[in-house]
Design a protein around this ligand. Structure first.
Ligand code: UN1
Length: 513
């Protein structure tokens, strides 16, 4: 099931460069001496210039000037900018998908899906621009009114990861812009061009929108020092960071120390429970997409299956049969479902986890090895892997960003499975496959899954933008995207308005002078 013939270095680079240019990137202007490697063949695509912390400070100054102007533009007018961005993203969907695929190795359908997620959030934010509602509260005093108003917050810093190299920026940016905030983006070092292309489209939308200052959107390409500068600068009112729990442990306290706001989207260790009444056809399809899709590199990837022992063997055999025929290879080729891992370090992590699982009593059912190593020694393709485990040992409790799924069984009722679901440090996504209404309701209840996302008869990944996205515990607690996630991008003012002509004090206090 491996597909040979990977695209040559020049072929891939030429296509990516052309796509970037069509989005409006001036390749000469952004070029520099940091190689960008495509995980598809392990070869360089182009080289880009990196900025340093001084560049970040300058960007924050520019953004703050833009903020002072943008915050007074009416929100529905701000919405028009995001509407235009959505149109340009629609027009350049294939270009951006091409870049996403070249830089991070997504299969074309998933790369296009990522851009669709950007378009979706633009539409959501446009509607939101007329719905930044505050409450009105009844006052305990006659002739008084209490209300709350939502105001723009300030400059938003976005640090994004390689695996959703553009969509995560768009969730933050579409909301931030309608909320009245400029955005400074530090994309993943691995995927700078799709970021520059996204920003070029937004710059075009800004140029075409009256009252939209150029400084509303900036990208700073660089390494850890650039991220650090964003984290530490009090000019960043909200720092939205996606990445590992380790990264969050550094970022969170630093932002808190300066009383900044942070929105953290960190590790996941997402499980599916499969109960005896589950529709197994559905469960198999749901598990395979969530576990093996995106080569296991979503924060929502299904890393654990908790199946009732009465159907465990059947489920494992059915999954094995599907895993054995998953097409691995060039992600831009029609029919491929499994693309490469992002880099060698990721492969080392995969390999180490498979070893550790073995040492901790696991048995590899299918997968566990590298593919296409001879043809592309610098690219890292692996077989999606299923490992049965006797319990939730150390390796099972740790997020490995690769297509490894551990299968655990439970013997009792669903509460035992829910306890296993919750007994890991992370709390992003979870799901249950069942036809039993009681089990489904229990799973989504207060006594059920402790994750930010709890699904029924659907896998753990592939959330729509309309819901709030994020998770609990070591996942960091932040919520992005839909529902009322916009509130993180605004400050709330509570207003008491006295139209009585008298001055009655609250709580019956007397203070006659
Ligand atoms: C991520 O992996 O960082 O729910 C985000 C999903 C996608 C977003 C994943 N909509 O899988």
């Amino acid at each position: 099931n491996q597909q040979s013939t990977l695209p040559s270095a020049t072929e891939l680079a030429e296509r990516a460069r052309a796509a970037a240019e069509r989005c409006g990137v001036d390749l000469n202007q952004v070029s520099g001496d940091h190689d960008v490697i495509s995980p598809i063949n392990g070869q360089p695509l182009y080289s880009v210039a990196w900025q340093d912390s001084a560049g970040v400070d300058a960007a924050i100054k520019t953004a703050n000037d833009a903020f002072l102007q943008w915050r007074t533009v009416p929100a529905p007018v701000r919405g028009a900018l995001v509407k235009r961005l959505g149109e340009l993203l629609t027009e350049h969907k294939d270009d951006l998908a091409e870049l996403v695929s070249a830089e991070v190795g997504k299969i074309t359908s998933e790369a296009r899906g990522e851009v669709q997620e950007m378009i979706d959030i633009c539409e959501f934010a446009l509607g939101l621009s007329r719905q930044l509602y505050g409450k009105t509260m009844v006052s305990e005093r006659a002739g008084h009114r209490l209300m709350e108003t939502w105001h723009p917050l300030g400059v938003v810093g976005v640090i994004s990861a390689f695996n959703f190299p553009v969509a995560v920026w768009s969730w933050n940016t579409a909301l931030a812009l309608v909320c009245g905030d400029p955005v400074i983006w530090k994309p993943s070092e691995t995927a700078p061009m799709c970021a520059l292309a996204s920003n070029a489209l937004l710059q075009r939308a800004i140029a075409e929108t009256e009252d939209a200052p150029e400084g509303l959107s900036q990208v700073v390409i660089g390494g850890a020092d650039v991220g650090q500068a964003l984290v530490e600068n009090p000019g960043i009112a909200l720092l939205s960071a996606t990445g590992s729990t380790r990264m969050g442990r550094t970022v969170g306290p630093l932002v808190a120390e300066r009383f900044g706001r942070s929105l953290l989207e960190l590790g996941g260790n997402n499980a599916a429970i499969v109960t005896p009444s589950a529709d197994l056809d559905l469960a198999v399809r749901g598990i395979v997409f969530a576990a093996a899709g995106t080569a296991g590199q979503r924060c929502t990837t299904m890393r654990r299956v908790i199946v009732h022992s009465s159907i465990g063997e059947e489920l494992v055999q059915r999954l094995k049969a599907v895993y054995e025929r998953l097409p691995i290879g060039d992600p831009q080729r029609e029919g491929t479902l499994i693309g490469p891992l992002i880099n060698e370090r990721s492969f080392t992590g995969f390999d180490a986890a498979v070893q550790q699982a073995g040492e901790q009593g696991g048995e590899v059912v299918v997968g566990g090895a590298r593919e296409l190593a001879t043809e592309a020694p610098e690219a890292f393709y692996v077989q999606p892997t299923l490992i049965t485990m006797p319990g939730q040992s150390e390796v099972v409790r740790t997020e490995t960003f690769a297509p490894i799924t551990y299968v655990l069984t439970y013997d009792g009722d669903v509460t035992e499975a829910i306890a296993l679901n919750n007994d890991v440090p992370q709390g992003l996504s979870s799901s249950i496959f069942t036809s039993d209404l009681g089990e489904a309701e229990l799973f989504v209840s207060a006594a059920g899954s402790d994750c930010g996302i709890a699904n029924v008869n659907i896998g753990t990944s592939g959330a729509e933008i309309g819901g709030a996205f994020g998770g609990e515990k070591e996942t960091g607690g932040g919520r992005e995207s839909g529902s009322d996630a916009w509130q993180a991008y605004m400050r709330r003012a509570t207003n008491t308005i006295n139209y009585s002509g008298a001055l009655p004090l609250a709580q019956g206090v007397n203070f006659d002078v």
